[in-house]
Design a protein around this ligand. Structure first.
Ligand SMILES: Cc1ncc(COP(=O)(O)O)c(C=O)c1O
Length: 400
């Protein structure tokens, strides 16, 4: 959560720009990450999945705390290289790796690559031979699950990795330069319940160990991906990382695993960002109180993509008397619905709403040009400095 000590800083940004923006508390993020890595078993390696929020200040924070960075596109690769991240500390995941992109990864000195298809394996092997480089790889496996949906697929058929039968059909012995260190399995996102994680991870390890034996490739490293949840509802209880540490240690011991990796996104940064949007209208439509804000899913598209609201509060305003409002952005589509919340009855046009948990899958998971509204700013607070690396800007600057 963004603490009340940030209120005057947020207020100063509102007064200066009067346009929507994201605010990240990097001090709180640093405290959270430091407690996560404190006394972490050295055979558990954490990477940061930078798709959650690739802002350079956040990448530097991760790097300085010893986390590696997971990239999944040419853009993310450039962003981490531009930020000065050591290529040895970069992991490349993702289903969309062309041969050209694999070559760019190798040219940049990236040494750890997750294989998500037979083509990726063949192209990478050819490039390793051509370019005479050494890399290590993990084989991404998509398991069968009884039921359930997730942004990462759950039991659905997705482009992430291959099923065990498809991999069994691949002649790994012809591609020894791939230097396979283990496996990667990640199909469940935003899980808040440790028992559910235990269920998922136990099944994963059991099936991967059986598979590793079957194809005769040792599992030195098992990468469990991300998936740790954060509270998107006011009633949710946050997941304690101490219980994740205990669970990972239990799994390591029970299954005699050498190394467990995770590349976390949401859990590392989500809670330390808020998005601020101004109320431009309040009205009643067919008996329902409606708020229209100046920014909506054009800046926080995740709400519409996964049909889950970010928790909303009135910025710097509390009141005993509340009522229920449907909150919308300014786009001319009913999809621009940001949730239904109880907010102070005294709310007025020109006041601001604060959307919590938007440090992850916010700014870059958006559609900022639709209807040509303002592009949101990005503001950070770090070591008592308020910095504005990205002021809000008009989108028409970019139109042609
Ligand atoms: C391969 C991979 N690893 C890690 C993550 C981060 O997941 P989370 O934000 O749930 O930690 C993602 C998210 O899509 C991913 O695709």
């Amino acid at each position: 959560m963004i603490g009340p000590e940030n209120t005057p800083h947020i207020e100063s940004i509102i007064n200066r720009f009067d346009a929507p923006f994201f605010f990240y508390d990097l001090d709180a993020m640093e405290r959270h990450l430091s407690s996560m890595i404190k006394d972490l078993d050295p055979s558990i390696k954490l990477w940061y999945a930078c798709k959650a929020n690739p802002m350079s200040a956040i990448l530097k924070l991760m790097r300085n705390l010893g986390l590696g960075i997971d990239v999944a596109s040419t853009g993310e690769l450039h962003q981490v290289l531009n930020t000065g991240i050591n290529p040895n500390e970069v992991l490349a995941t993702g289903p969309g790796k062309s041969k050209e992109y694999l070559k760019a990864l190798l040219k940049a000195g990236i040494k750890t690559i997750v294989l998500e298809s037979k083509n990726q394996a063949i192209w990478l092997s050819e490039l390793i031979a051509e370019m005479n480089v050494n890399v290590q790889t993990l084989v991404r496996v998509q398991l069968d699950w009884a039921d359930g949906k997730s942004v990462l697929g759950g039991n659905a058929i997705t482009p992430f990795g291959l099923d065990t039968a498809e991999w069994e059909d691949f002649n790994f012995e012809n591609y020894t330069n791939l230097n396979i260190k283990g496996f990667h399995v990640f199909q469940w996102g935003n899980i808040l319940d440790v028992n559910r994680l235990k269920e998922i991870w136990f099944k994963t390890v059991e099936e991967i160990q059986a598979f590793s034996k079957k194809i005769n490739i040792e599992c030195e490293v098992l990468d469990l991906g991300g998936g740790l949840g954060i509270p998107y509802n006011f009633e949710d209880t946050p997941l304690e990382f101490s219980s994740i540490k205990s669970l990972l240690t239990e799994i390591k011991q029970k299954f005699r695993l050498d190394q467990i990796w995770m590349e976390l996104g949401r859990y590392t940064v989500g809670d330390h960002g808020v998005y601020l949007s101004k109320i431009v209208d309040i009205k009643t439509v067919r008996g329902k109180k409606i708020i229209v804000c100046d920014g909506g899913i054009n800046h926080i598209a995740r709400v519409a993509l996964v049909n889950e609201a970010f928790p909303v509060t009135a910025f710097n305003k509390s009141s005993d008397e509340t009522e229920e409002y449907n909150i919308h952005g300014s786009l001319c589509t009913a999809l621009d619905y940001l949730g239904t919340f109880n907010l102070p009855s005294s709310l007025k046009i020109g006041e601001w709403l604060m959307f919590q948990q938007t440090g992850a899958y916010g700014f870059t998971e958006s559609m900022p040009y639709f209807l040509c509204h303002m592009l949101p700013g990005e503001v950070i607070m770090y070591k008592n400095n308020l910095m504005i690396p990205r002021p809000p800007k008009p989108s028409f600057d970019w139109m042609i």
